[in-house]
Each structure stands twice: as C-alpha cells, then as structure tokens.
Design a binder for this molecule. Structure first.
Ligand code: XMP
Length: 327
C-alpha cells in the first residue's frame, strides 16, 4: 500500500497492531521473495520497528548495519546489539566509526557545518558497507506517514535513498513497511513486536545526536561529559517517575569554564545545562518545572560523577524565543 487511505482506522490496540503486522509480513515476503534486504539500523523507533518486522518476515535475509558515530547516548549501541543480534538473532553488522566521525569533526565549530559533516559521513560509512555486500536487492527504510506528508508539503526533504550515491541508490528497490503509519502507531506496532519499552517509547533524539549538545568544536572529553550527564539525567527522571511524562530532557555542556572549588582546591571546569521541555507540536515548547529534591540529586550526582563539571544550570527558556536544541 503506497498511501494511507483517508478512512484508515488508527492503530491503537494490540489487536489492530497484530493485524497490521500479519498483513505486512505477507506483503514483505511477497515483495522480497528469497532476496536480501539492507537496513541502516540506528536503534531509533522507526528503524527498530522496521528491523523487527523484517526479522519476522524474512529472518536472515535481512542485513542490518548499525553505525556508531560516537554521538549516540550511553548504552545505545550495546542495546541495539543485545536486542537485535543476541535476542532476535538478526544478521547485524556493527560499524565502529567513532574515530572517523570525531576526527572529521575536530576543530569544526560552525553548527551547520557540523550537521553537514555528520550527515555526509553517515552516508559515506553506510555506502562503504553497502558496497562490500554482494547480492542485496532491497533497501529498507523507516519512512513514516508524516515524512511523506512533510516532503509533499515542501517542509522537509524526505530522508529516502536520495542521500545515497548513485551507484548505491540505483542498486536497490525500496522497502518501507511503516510508511502509512503515524508515530504513535509505530510505537503500538513496536510494542506488539516485543521491542523493549525504552526503545519504543524513547524521546525524540536528533540525527546529529549528542553533537548538537556539545556546542562549538566537539572534543572527546566534553562529549563524554554530555554523554555521562545525559545518562544520569535519564536515570534520575526514571527514578522520579517522569519517564514518558516529560516530552524531552537532556543535558548540554557548553565550551566555557568557570572557577569552582573541589576538595579544598580551585577547580576550573565546564557547567552542565539541563533542559526539560513539553510540547505537542514542537513549534512551541514550555519548560518543565522540576521538584526541588530531584534538582538537588541531579546537582549532587552530576558534579561528583561527571569529570570536568563543577556547576549545574537549568534552562528556563521556552520556545520561542529559544529552540529546543542549542545548535
Ligand atoms: P529545535 O531545536 O528545532 O528542535 O527546536 C525541535 C525538535 O527536533 C529535534 N531535532 C532534530 N531531530 N534531526 C532530527 O531528527 C535534527 O537534526 C534535529 N534537530 C533538532 C529536537 O531534538 C526537538 O525534539
């Protein structure tokens, strides 16, 4: 099915999700036959659901490529490997491209240039892997219905094979099994496919990852401070029962230092900024007000557990005038 029918029922129950899954499995088997299909599996909701569907439909004929660009959150590459390779027995190629990305990004402080490098490098790494593989005829993608609507309305370019070099793009036929679904429906289907809750319900995460939360030129130590503080923030939000209740929350470590005192000695370290926001349409955003005891715990843990941080700040700015991300 190429387009979402106007009268299509919203998939919002396990029964409806199961019916969708059964139908997709037959369609995927009919389309793919005994051929192989390639998928860039980031571990985000859409690509994870596509992977789980294809594993059910064609098993080992699916080849997943997970590119670790070094800008993922703590534990993400490990979770992709655990869920897909260990538990679902997927054919998964893990590409450690951390040095390749961070070397290219070294000294680059312009936000647009950083995004551009991350996007281009991702395509290059994926294309390199695709060229190594023989006999693959299909390319699967986690395109969803809003992507198609937005690209038709000229709001954003549909992230399809368009980004791949011609010698790669022309080799494949596209497989887009969730393209008639809205995001909430993709989550219902993912749950029915048995994906872990923290994968299916995860908060939005930008394509350039933690790169946009390490403003200015990325250094490995400051990037690590972003990753560690983000992990603490997520853990504390989960402990406080806020997981799934606050739309998006993350940390930013800006490129300036201030004086502090640690163990009776002067320190000169970065601040860590916490941002926690709510929205329905991402055009306008309000700030979540955190309980005082949670703030105290976050300050305590981040300043003691994250090397290089001596202050914790809270961003109280809605959108507009600020945007959600810092770059
Ligand atoms: P801004 O900063 O534009 O963010 O107010 C709005 C929402 O979009 C997410 N975001 C991105 N998502 N690629 C993405 O897939 C990106 O480059 C990107 N930049 C921002 C951001 O996390 C927020 O949810």
């Amino acid at each position: 099915m190429d387009r979402r029918p106007d009268d299509m029922k919203r998939i919002n129950t396990p029964e409806l999700a199961k019916a969708f899954i059964d139908e997709q499995i037959s369609e995927l088997r009919a389309q793919i036959g005994d051929k192989k299909v390639l998928l860039a599996l980031s571990g985000g909701v859409d690509s994870s659901v596509v992977a789980a569907l294809l594993i059910k439909a064609v098993g080992q004929q699916l080849v997943c490529v997970h590119v670790n660009h070094g800008l993922l959150r703590k534990g993400e590459p490990e979770q992709v490997i655990k869920v897909f390779r260990d538990e679902m027995n997927a054919n998964l190629i893990y590409v450690d491209a951390v040095d390749r990305f961070l070397d290219k990004l070294e000294g680059v402080s312009n936000p647009e240039q950083k995004r551009h490098i991350i996007g281009e490098e991702f395509i290059d790494v994926f294309a390199d892997e695709a060229r190594k593989l023989e006999g693959i005829e299909f390319l699967a993608q986690g395109t969803i219905w809003p992507d198609i609507l937005e690209s038709e309305a000229g709001i954003k370019a549909h992230h399809n094979a368009g980004g791949l070099p011609e010698d790669i793009a022309s080799r494949f036929e596209l497989v887009e099994p969730v393209k008639i679904l809205f995001k909430d429906e993709v989550r219902v289907v993912g749950r029915e496919l048995g994906l872990p809750a923290n994968m299916v319900d995860r908060q939005p995460f930008p394509g350039p990852g933690l790169g946009v939360r390490c403003p200015g030129a990325i250094t490995r130590d400051r990037l690590e401070a972003v990753r560690e503080s983000d992990a603490i923030l997520r853990e504390e939000f989960a402990n406080a029962g806020l997981e799934g209740k606050v739309w998006q929350y993350f940390t930013v470590v800006p490129d300036f230092k201030s004086t502090g005192v640690r163990d009776g000695k002067r320190s000169f370290d970065w601040p860590c900024i916490i941002r926690a926001i709510n929205t329905t349409d991402v055009m306008e955003v309000t700030v979540e007000h955190l309980p005082a005891d949670l703030i105290d715990r976050l300050v305590q843990r981040i300043t003691t557990e994250v090397p290089g941080i001596n202050r914790v700040l809270y961003d109280f700015t809605p959108k507009p005038p600020a945007t959600v991300e810092y770059e």
